[in-house]
Design a binder for this molecule. Structure first.
Ligand code: TTP
Ligand code: MG
Length: 363
């Protein structure tokens, strides 16, 4: 609330099935059909995962991050496409330009989502709901894509609200309705609570946000450290975070958990996997015209013991061969450890942007 006791009005906009919707927009014969964007399914034997899928594909039970082989089993008749980041980035940039002009303060939250502080632009929450409809119509007309919008007194509530009615939904949560809105949601919906934390919470009998709000702050801190305190705050709908300009991608990378831990003589498999991960994210660097200065590797051993190493170059470059070469160097000490490896991750950081970032950060 500000000095006059007025609430902030925050909006969160999230595109519906973003990558898949771009594909359906650009290939009209795919509209109304199950479209799955991700790795090559290779008739069910492919490795890698689903990036996202159309709502038609979700009816078959397919979801983001699911193994592509599993998606194939659920829906062999689906349309399977490799991601084309160049087109997604372009659409994303166009949409962000539309959204930005409706906000007092604007923050891009990722490739398909943004927060808008519209406190000065609207009279009240009802008015904000109307602005949300205007924005949805404008995005649909100019970019031929649908989005869902959430409005609330803070970023947390706005984000939960945009997810509440998808696709093409609008959900307005007034300050006095925050607790009624948030309490029945699954605790898993809160940002930062992933599958592992969910399991830990479930084992304490905590399933919903209401359960979380009833747990003691001290107990949560004891089990989860600082994040325990944050979880408790979130369960009460509290979020003081400001909408801040200047979204910057800090790193780009991928990781992969082996189906079975890789034995100590598995160097070839490790190298092949790392190369595959690089091939997977490299198009994102090309699409965004991004250079990097640092290459990093992450290794998790069978006992979950996790280590990282990195190497920085003198000059930023964009070169796939260099990434692969440095990763091989960085991997050497891990491979001579004599322990089985569970996961490898590869990442580039120290990013510099030739042009896209300017349009992101501009006025
Ligand atoms: P999301 O907004 O999480 O998903 P979505 O837009 O596809 O679907 P929804 O209607 O539920 O919002 O992510 C945005 C894009 O990010 C998504 O289109 C593809 C990409 N993505 C991945 O590549 N891998 C992932 O695991 C997730 C969650 C998203
Ligand atoms: Mg989305």
């Amino acid at each position: 609330m500000d000095a006059e006791g007025r609430h902030r009005v925050i909006m969160h906009v999230d595109l519906d099935a973003f990558f898949a919707s771009v594909e359906q927009r650009d290939r009209s014969e795919w509209r109304g059909k199950p479209v799955i964007v991700g790795a090559d399914p290779k008739e069910g034997t492919g490795r890698g995962v689903v990036s996202t899928c159309s709502y038609e594909a979700r009816e078959f039970g397919i979801r983001s991050a699911m193994p592509i082989s599993r998606a194939w089993k659920l829906c062999p008749q689906g349309i399977y496409v490799r991601p084309d980041f160049r087109r997604y980035t372009k659409s994303s940039d166009n949409i962000m330009r539309i959204l930005r002009k409706h906000a007092d303060k604007f923050e891009r939250g990722g490739i398909d989502e943004a927060f808008l502080d519209v406190s000065e632009k609207v009279r009240d929450f009802e008015d904000a709901g109307e602005l949300a409809e205007t924005i949805k119509r404008e995005v649909l007309k100019k970019e031929k894509l649908t989005c869902s919008v959430g409005v609330g007194p803070n970023k947390l509530v706005a984000k939960l609200a945009s997810d509440y009615k998808k696709p093409f939904g609008t959900t307005v949560v007034k300050p006095e309705d925050v607790l009624d809105f948030i309490m029945p949601l699954s605790a898993r919906k809160l940002p930062g609570i992933g599958p592992k934390t969910e399991v830990a919470l479930n084992s304490m009998g905590i399933k919903t946000v209401r359960d979380l709000s009833r747990a003691s702050d001290g107990m949560l801190v004891q089990n989860f450290g600082k994040f325990g305190h944050r979880m408790h705050e979130m369960s009460l709908g509290i979020d003081e975070g400001e909408v801040t300009e200047g979204y910057v991608v800090k790193s780009i990378g991928r990781e992969f958990t082996f189906e079975e831990d890789v034995p100590v003589d598995g160097n070839r498999l490790i190298f092949k996997t790392m190369d595959g991960l690089v091939d997977d994210f490299y198009p994102e660097l090309e699409a965004g015209k991004v250079k990097f200065r640092t290459v990093a590797i992450k290794v998790r051993y069978e006992n979950f013991d996790t280590h990282t190493r990195e190497k920085s170059l003198k000059q930023p470059v964009r070169d796939k061969k260099i990434i692969k070469k440095i990763l091989r160097e960085l991997a050497v000490p891990f491979l001579s450890e004599g322990r089985k490896i569970r996961l490898v991750g590869v990442r580039v950081t120290g990013l510099s942007f030739e042009e896209e970032q300017k349009t992101l950060k501009g006025k």
